[in-house]
Write a protein that binds this ligand. Sequence first.
Ligand code: ATP
Length: 362
Amino acid sequence: MTGNFEIAVFQGDGIGPEIMAPTVEILRRLADANPRYGLTFTDAPAGAAHYAKTGESFPDQSMKVARRADAILLSAMGLPDVRYADGTEISPQIDLRKRLGLFAGVRPVTVKAGQETPLAMPEGKEIDFVLIRESTEGLFFTQGSGEVTKDEARETLLITRDVSEKLFRFAFQLAKGRKDAGRGPGRVTCVDKANVFRAFAFFRSMFDAEAAQHPGLSADHAYVDATALWMVQKPWEFDVLVTENMFGDILSDLGAGLMGGLGLAPSADIGLEHAVFQPCHGSAPDIAGQGLANPFAMILSAAMMLEWLGLTHENEDIAADGARLREAVEGVVASRNCLTRDLGGTAGTDAAASAVMEALTA
Ligand code: ATP
């Protein structure tokens, strides 16, 4: 199918606009070169800098733009010195997750041959798995409203049937897509702590029920503590991991560590009708405005967006461009020719983004 896709663009704070600009430029060039799809970009102002300027962190109009869009591209958000009067941080990405029901936090972890990683990789092994973090409930359910008295503090972990069933269906669909694309064996691992908490036994029972619907895929379970160990000892064995919000929060940073840092970690927050694509890292105010920011995680997030649009709209051209863009970044990273300072190189933002553009046109 052909189609024109409207993209809502949240420029972000700190280094946010610096990494968004070359990303949108790359997307424009890809779309211009392909008659089978088009992209239109609409800015949606929001975030800490916008709050400091206007007193509004997430204008209604920006929410409308996000709701209307086919996909939402969001750069790094938040500034440590700009906070609401109660001291909490300004994070429109969390508002979007809750208001648009984006239950699946998708965090791919890849280490290609030649790429720097803190692990000693066995010859011929590469890492390529996806961690899916439930993003609307779990131990984040009472975020900001936990009870604290002089002697006690309580938070609630919530696991619901509704969200868990959607989450597991999504995980198996993702594993099937990867298997069909030759990227994995089609195995989903439920990461939990079902041996200790009843809530996780409930979580696991719904996982097993969904697994039974997918005879062509395999399913297994792992405790979260063992998963942390195996992510260091044998991460090349994973395919799709699906887990609760807090466990996913922690394991996804471990995954970013395997890739050599947050500068290479993309993410997507996906629901039934909407999806947000953004880098895992923060707004890095310490290097903002200096042209030093690593744009790769932002560009990889944009590549995920193209692949997701292709899948959900059955448009093979846009999906293929997403895969090409991801492979272009992976190639630049593996060649180690044009790395930014956070990855041990000397390149600035523009040079790193240009290297990706050159790899795409080579
Ligand atoms: P947040 O709480 O908003 O996630 P954080 O406290 O984890 O933020 P970041 O803003 O991610 O912090 O920055 C942590 C460190 O990593 C900083 O030194 C920052 O300069 C560096 N950093 C983060 N992202 C990038 C990037 N894209 N390019 C280069 N350096 C980065």
